[in-house]
Ligand binder design. Structure first.
Ligand code: ATP
Length: 231
């Protein structure tokens, strides 16, 4: 995205943000509460109001495309607080995630989801609301993966999860990355995020404060103390 600005009514939530996501790489978006991380993801998905700038996918301008077209083109979002349908079964939730697919493709995608998340197969006929928090997060990720995205965005996927489940989620991200999907991850657990990060972008007051390759980040401790309040 180039020089992207977006907001809500008269509030400018992000301003002149430029960043890229590459196949098989994880870009981690960090910043304090209210820095504009969620708005950035929502704007890329077409769900927040862009006021300036461009979004390109493989050089093609998708800035004015509606959300469902972006989904079809390969942009997926796992939103904050996982938007699963609690009274629907696990399998119905997966089908909803693949709503843009034809029936045969959708069946194949559900099988892929079960291969990746065997636990979802075991619970496929159960209401999603009965799953544990970690299982619901896996379902939310599986749903987003249904159309076979090229860019997967996740908004704090580890929020509220036990450490052992956090590890599982990060492992899943590792496997998604290995399949050449580009990942844009908003994460509060900085140390954990750094285990999968290729690039780190720090937002502050809606702007890119700094960005760096993850392996070149020697003074990350300092950055964290200054901009993330020591988290
Ligand atoms: P958090 O970690 O708290 O989710 P964030 O970095 O994701 O923070 P955003 O949620 O993108 O930040 O918020 C950026 C700014 O936009 C904040 O000032 C916030 O109050 C405001 N904002 C976010 N969502 C809305 C909304 N739906 N309506 C009005 N203002 C909003």
């Amino acid at each position: 995205m180039n020089d992207l600005s977006a907001g809500y009514r008269d509030l400018v939530a992000i301003r002149d943000i430029s960043l890229s996501v590459h196949p098989g790489k994880v870009t981690v978006l960090l910043g304090r509460n209210g820095a504009g991380k969620s708005t950035t993801l929502l704007t890329i998905a077409g769900l927040a109001k862009r006021t300036a700038g461009q979004i390109l996918l493989d050089g093609v301008d998708i800035t004015d495309r509606p959300p469902h077209v972006r989904t079809a083109l390969g942009i997926a979002l796992v939103p904050e607080n996982k938007r699963i349908f609690r009274r629907r079964t696990v399998e119905e939730n997966l089908a909803i995630g693949g709503y843009i697919l034809r029936r045969g493709e959708r069946r194949a995608a559900v099988r892929n989801a079960y291969d990746r998340f065997p636990m979802l197969h075991a619970k496929r006929h159960e209401p999603a609301g009965g799953l544990s928090g970690g299982q619901q997060q896996m379902l939310s990720i599986a749903q987003a993966l249904m159309p076979g995205p090229r860019v997967l965005m996740l908004d704090e996927p580890t929020a509220g999860l036990a450490p052992v489940i956090v590890k599982d989620v990060l492992e899943i991200l590792g496997s998604i990355k290995a399949e050449d999907v580009g990942v844009l991850l908003v994460e509060q657990l900085v140390d954990q995020a750094m285990t999968v990060a290729d690039r780190v972008v720090l937002l502050d007051h809606g702007r890119v404060q700094s960005s760096a390759e993850a392996d070149g980040l020697h003074n990350f401790e300092e950055l964290r103390n200054v901009y993330l309040g020591g988290r």
